[in-house]
Design a protein around this ligand. Structure first.
Ligand code: XMP
Length: 533
């Protein structure tokens, strides 16, 4: 896991000094992770700028620790807590030290309250992209255009009329950005792609406000990961759970390098049952008949169906699916004699399961991911756990993973289970697979597959009175969705052409007896998540 700054004891300060020596920098930014879904994106933004970002634990770090560490700047992230009813643990004396500090969302509300501004629960909860009018000429917004788009997700608002200078306003947030002496704050998230010029804001904060003068050269992530894996596994045996998607494929290729392609060391296990219609074909095409990996395909359809029988709640279904997934892998670990089990877990999966940077801040569990929280009988390898989708793909490109695998849409580990509302039966599973098949085939035919980040089709629990021929029946309502995204943390619904939707809808209702109607979802993330369940 990523190392966290908890206290400025001698050993910690020595370790940080060593890290800075390696990165050839004399500056660092300290990021207090308050539990936001997005705080890892801040780390990545700063990494892209060549700035060393150290994550700090708000529950343990005191103002004195900061004085000893002397960072060039401080960022306090957003989080699920509220300054009203659940103030997060944080030493407010840190705001008075005089080091430039940027508060993001909750972080801004915390320091605003500390300097005497009124922070109130707002009538209109701010969700989504808004236009910001910029006032004045603060260095934070140097080069940022007036009327730029920003993504807001907060419920509390900072009232105007305090000592805080307003730097920007949106329709619902009169103080969308503000400054008081060495404290800067924004009520939106500059780290997400929807904030069009967010990268520029972080750049301004680091270089123009905090005075950082040196950028460390970006080091090669794939080389580092291969070296780390090599050290962990030596020449022992590894089992990798293959899905036919990009993340597990990238991990398999990393292991190929780490194990130097040695025959008999790597077993790829593909579990059939709740998969897309074409997943298995991808695994067979790219991994079968390779001398550096042996592939085993396990048909667990009946086991999944029996574990899921009678379960209608999505969380329960996710847990039931996870048990089968674990049992199958355990059996293969034993028969192969694996010393390690590897998975394509991304940072997004950890974060949404309520994990991530191990600071004291509360993190909301959004959903249980299939590959998180399982205790295997052998140690687990998760080389992509600090990556999001686009950075994992970047590593894949670097080490020669076929592009065809890398550009496949993400698909959740719990597979079609999360795309079926209510009980998963062989009938609903068949319907879910058939609608996915038609939808994806049509997206490819229309050359739209590559233009959307992910697309899915859901068998909902709603029924539509049907009028197919003489047979008045009640068919499933199927919900299609497609999103534009960069990393899955945020997403915008894809504006697919009507004639395309028309064609897909007709094919689905004509070809699949069980379907009564087709609808298209037009919500962004947030507030929705990408998957239905
Ligand atoms: P959500 O629905 O949380 O999805 O907005 C973000 C991305 O993660 C995928 N996803 C999962 N991936 N195990 C996974 O490996 C899971 O349990 C899981 N749930 C969601 C989802 O498809 C999207 O790409």
């Amino acid at each position: 896991m990523l190392s966290i700054f908890k206290t400025a004891d001698t050993q910690t300060l020595q370790e940080i000094a060593e890290e800075m020596r390696l990165r050839k920098t004399k500056h660092l930014i300290l990021l207090f992770s308050m539990g936001s879904q997005f705080d890892h994106l801040i780390v990545q933004q700063l990494a892209r700028l060549g700035v060393y970002c150290l994550v700090a634990d708000p529950a343990t770090v005191r103002a004195d620790d900061i004085r000893k560490l002397n960072p060039a700047g401080i960022i306090v992230s957003g989080g699920p807590a509220s300054v009203h009813n659940e103030p997060p643990p944080f030493d407010a004396a840190i705001f008075d030290i005089g080091i430039p500090l940027l508060g993001v969302c909750l972080g801004f509300q915390m320091w605003a309250k500390h300097v005497g501004a009124k922070v109130t629960p707002h009538d209109a909860r701010e969700f989504g992209t808004h236009t910001m009018r910029i006032s004045g000429s603060d260095p934070l917004f140097d080069g940022v255009k007036d009327g730029t788009n920003v993504l807001q997700t907060h419920g509390d608002a900072i009232e105007p009329g305090s000592a805080i200078e307003t730097l920007g306003a949106t329709e619902n947030a009169p103080v969308a950005a503000g400054r008081y002496k060495h404290l800067w704050g924004v009520q939106f998230h500059p780290e997400v792609t929807e904030t069009a010029e967010g990268a520029r804001m972080y750049e301004n904060f680091c270089f123009k406000i905090c005075g950082i003068t040196d950028r460390f050269p970006a080091h090669n992530a794939s080389e580092r990961k291969i070296a780390e894996l090599r050290e962990q596994v030596g020449n022992k045996k590894v089992l990798i759970a293959l899905s036919g998607g990009s993340d597990s494929s990238v991990v398999a290729y990393l292991l190929k390098e780490a194990l130097r392609g040695e025959r008999g060391k790597l077993l790829g296990v593909y579990i059939r049952g709740i998969d897309r219609p074409d997943d298995e074909a991808y695994v067979r095409k790219y991994f079968d008949n390779q001398d550096w990996i042996t592939v085993e395909i396990v048909d667990a359809t009946e086991r999944f169906l029996s574990a899921l029988r009678g379960k209608t709640n999505m969380r329960e279904k996710r847990l039931a699916m996870r048990d089968v997934y674990k049992d199958v892998l355990e059996e293969k670990i034993k028969s192969f004699g694996a010393d390690f089990v590897a998975q394509g877990t991304l940072y997004t999966d950890l974060r949404e399961s309520g994990l991530g940077h191990a600071t004291g801040a509360r993190v909301a569990e959004i959903k249980v991911h299939h590959n998180i929280g399982i205790t295997f009988s052998v140690p687990e390898l998760r080389p992509l756990e600090d990556c999001v989708k686009d950075s994992a793909r970047g590593i894949g490109r670097d080490i020669g993973v076929p592009e065809d695998l890398l550009v496949r849409h993400p698909f959740p580990g719990p597979g079609l289970v999360v795309r079926i509302e209510g009980e998963v039966t062989s009938e609903t599973l068949r319907t879910a697979r058939a609608i996915d098949g038609i939808y994806i085939e049509e997206l490819r035919k229309a050359d739209l597959y590559k233009t959307v980040w992910q697309a899915g089709a859901v068998v909902t629990a709603s029924r539509q009175t049907g009028s197919k021929g003489d047979d008045a029946s009640m068919g499933h309502v199927v919900a299609l969705w497609a999103v534009w995204s960069v990393n899955g943390f945020t997403a915008r619904f894809a504006q697919l052409p009507y004639d395309f939707l028309d064609r897909v809808s007709r094919r689905i209702t004509n070809e699949i007896r069980e379907v009564g109607a087709v609808v298209y979802r037009i919500s962004d993330k947030p507030p929705a998540t990408i998957e239905w369940g």
